[in-house]
Design a protein around this ligand. Structure first.
Ligand code: PLP
Length: 369
């Protein structure tokens, strides 16, 4: 008879082989056991897959591979956040002394990462207006140290659709790599890897997860680059937890259904807003940005939105609005905000999966108030 102490540690472990779950379970374990020393040594010789969850875990692998499949890329790796995935992608290509060239209108958090953090690592970052090819090319001519071009497939908050084929031509000509953040478009709308991007980053916190209940990131690309990025993620501790990976994979199962409805709703909302506000909607994706007319009270508008949630994020199944001036672009100086056009009147709406008529009725009530 074992002691109380022993019994409490040796809990009822069921033989894994006898259980066949209908969906992939959560491998909520920090490490994996081996049946012999030979087997453990075999891992280091490349004969086994799992050792320690920071280095690899079935759930985080499933997320990377699923997104790679959707993006048409050979390999993928997950990271603890979209920011971590972007950092891993950058560090897979550049190091101290190298330069990065980024679009000036990237997501606020990414802008901060590029502008404030990379400099500590000895990396120089240039920003350019990516809607002007001449401006991009001038930086590439002036700074041959540029090893990486970075932009977003659909930018935030004004939803400029990046011409990835043009960037592909430029990066090839100047011997750099191209990374595209595809968070806003998702592979449902745009697949940057198939258009020439070397790496595609995602904040799975947004549409891939889709339910505003997970913080996660994914990076996909060539086998060679993803292997290096994966090493950075492992060594710098930017790995994703099994549970978050599992939630993101679960979310992706309904990505197509959600994107279809959310995109249709966004188009209907953009139509409704025309004439009431200045509207930005590129005809794809599920975000609609608009600027209230001068003189209309933005605080009053937000307070009149009823069930439409005010959140500093996007992409959930529920319609929500955010305020770029005070949240995503808050860290930017007044001058930087003005340069990218984020005024106090700008609202970013993320269309949910509710009935379009209900969303429009609620927005109508806010305009009428
Ligand atoms: C949210 C977001 C990020 C950052 O993702 P986190 O998961 O919050 O780190 C990066 N890029 C875009 C376009 C985003 O919307």
């Amino acid at each position: 008879m074992k002691s109380f102490e022993t019994k409490s540690v040796q809990t009822a472990a069921m033989k894994e082989r006898s259980i066949q779950p209908a969906v992939m379970p959560i491998y909520q374990t920090s490490a994996f056991a081996f049946s012999s020393l030979e087997e453990m040594e075999g891992y280091y010789e490349g004969n086994g897959t799992y050792l320690y969850s920071r280095t690899a875990n079935p759930n985080t692998d499933a997320l990377g591979q699923t997104v790679a499949g959707l993006e048409g890329a050979p390999c993928g790796v997950s990271a603890s956040s979209g920011t971590a995935a972007i950092l891993a992608g950058i560090l897979a290509v550049v190091g101290s002394g190298d330069h990065v060239l980024a679009a000036e209108d990237v997501y606020g958090g990414t802008f901060h990462l590029l502008k404030e953090e990379l400099v500590r690592l000895g990396i120089t970052v240039h920003f350019a207006d990516f809607s002007k090819i001449g401006e991009i090319e001038q930086v590439l001519i002036d700074f041959p140290e540029v090893k990486l071009l970075f932009s977003e497939s659909i930018t935030n908050p004004f939803l400029r659709v990046e011409d990835i084929a043009v960037l592909d031509g430029l990066k090839k000509h100047y011997g750099a790599k191209l990374m595209i953040d595809n968070t806003f478009a998702t592979p449902y709308s745009i697949q940057p890897y198939t258009l020439g991007a070397d790496m595609v980053a995602h904040s799975a916190t947004k549409y891939l997860g889709g339910h505003s209940d997970v913080t996660a990131g994914v990076l996909v690309g060539s086998k060679e680059l993803i292997r290096i990025a994966e090493n950075r993620i492992v060594s710098l501790g930017m790995n994703l937890s099994p549970f978050e990976a599992w939630l993101a994979v679960r979310g992706i199962k309904t990505l197509a259904l959600r994107m279809k409805t959310q995109t249709e709703n966004a188009a209907a909302i953009a139509d409704f807003l025309k004439g009431k506000a200045e509207v930005w909607y590129p005809g794809l994706g599920a975000i609609v940005t608009f600027a209230l007319p001068e003189g209309m009270d933005i605080y009053r508008f937000f307070s009149s939105l009823g069930w439409i949630k005010i959140v500093p994020t996007l992409a959930g199944v529920e319609t929500s609005v955010s305020y770029p001036y005070g949240t995503s672009h808050r860290a930017l100086s007044e001058e930087e905000k003005e340069k990218v056009g984020v005024t106090k009147q700008v609202v970013r709406l993320s269309a949910g999966i509710e009935g379009a008529e209900d969303i429009i009725a609620q927005l109508g009530a806010a305009f009428a108030n």
